[in-house]
Design a protein around this ligand. Structure first.
Ligand SMILES: [Zn+2]
Length: 319
């Protein structure tokens, strides 16, 4: 029941423009230790550290053509091929200058046309602002549930996908192959993993936070156990490095160990909450009492642990 109330609250939230804010994980800014980054939950993405420039374009080490465009606390992968550019999230919510900057940055690297924009998932803070790419002729691709979500809750600054993906789509452009893979429901019901097989790189957004707790009480997440399963599918893929949708400290990319650690966190959290539920402590007492010292150095530990506990209490109550 409690969770039902939360669902209704979440639905109300989703129907308003607050969605993007609600879904913005408070990832640490670059060059800051993860534990130091705990901005208030409902604020916009963390500002860059005082010394960090507003945006940066970085070529991924060891690749010929894979880049990360970061603007404040969000980032997006783009791939330059011999037949055009594949862009991912526009990251332009309430800041159209991020998108025009993104295009300028691409132009500094290549004169190839921008052929595709691929959405990581339906949350506005990552995908708003794509119109300038559309005006350049890019085709927009997203998971089919993302389009359904955007049709239910349209946003004036979000370009509707032209094409949708089910479980898998292989995008070939020039000599580059980019796989778009659906690994199940997690942080949303429409997250795509983008995998570059040759480079053994993946780009994931919001559902594999690196050494950081889950966002609040997991709004827009239908099932934490399904999320955990989706992480197992990510681990089963062939890759070495993961580009996250929010920069981790020092710009470090994710590894399979980070995914395993996140699964470990979810399992430890689940076990502690189960014990508390059996002792009749869910929800309020558990939220106050449960500590997971093993993770106290992770980002947002103090801020989000109680609400992570809350969500798992609902799970123990059958929701
Ligand atoms: Zn999100």
């Amino acid at each position: 029941m409690l969770y039902l109330r939360t669902s209704i609250a979440a639905a109300v939230l989703i129907s308003g423009s607050a969605l993007a804010l609600a879904q913005t994980p408070a990832a640490p800014p670059p060059a800051a230790p993860p534990a130091a980054a705990a901005p208030p939950a409902a604020t916009a993405p963390p500002p860059p550290a005082a010394t960090a420039p507003l945006f940066a374009t970085t070529k991924v080490e060891g690749t010929d053509n894979v880049y990360i465009f970061r603007y404040q606390g969000h980032q997006s992968m783009f791939v330059v091929t011999t037949a055009g550019v594949i862009v991912t999230d526009p990251i332009g919510l309430r800041r159209p200058q991020a998108v025009t900057t993104y295009i300028d940055e691409i132009k500094k690297v290549t004169q190839q046309p921008i052929k595709y924009v691929v959405y990581s998932h339906s949350h506005y803070d990552h995908i708003a602002g794509g119109k300038p790419f559309k005006d350049l002729g890019a085709k927009f691709i997203a998971h089919r549930n993302a389009r359904a979500q955007l049709q239910r809750f349209p946003h004036p600054d979000v370009v509707m996908p032209d094409e949708v993906v089910g479980d898998k789509r292989v995008l070939r452009l020039g000599t580059t192959t980019l796989e778009l893979l659906y690994v199940g429901r997690n942080h949303s019901d429409n997250s795509l993993v983008m995998r570059l097989p040759k480079e053994k790189l993946i780009f994931t957004v919001d559902f594999v936070p690196i050494q950081t707790l889950l966002f609040r009480n997991l709004p827009d997440t239908v099932s934490p156990p399904e999320w955990e399963k989706s992480l197992g599918r990510v681990l089963a893929l062939d890759w070495d490095r993961m580009i996250p949708g929010h920069p981790y400290a020092g710009g470090r990319l994710g590894t399979k160990q980070d995914v395993k650690d996140l699964v470990g966190y979810m399992q430890d959290l689940s076990a502690e909450v189960k014990k508390a539920a059996e002792e009749g402590k869910c929800t309020d007492t558990a939220m106050k009492d449960i500590k997971l010292p093993k993770y106290e150095k992770w980002g947002n530990y103090a801020t989000f642990l109680p609400s992570n506990v809350e969500r798992y209490c609902y799970l123990n109550n059958g929701n």
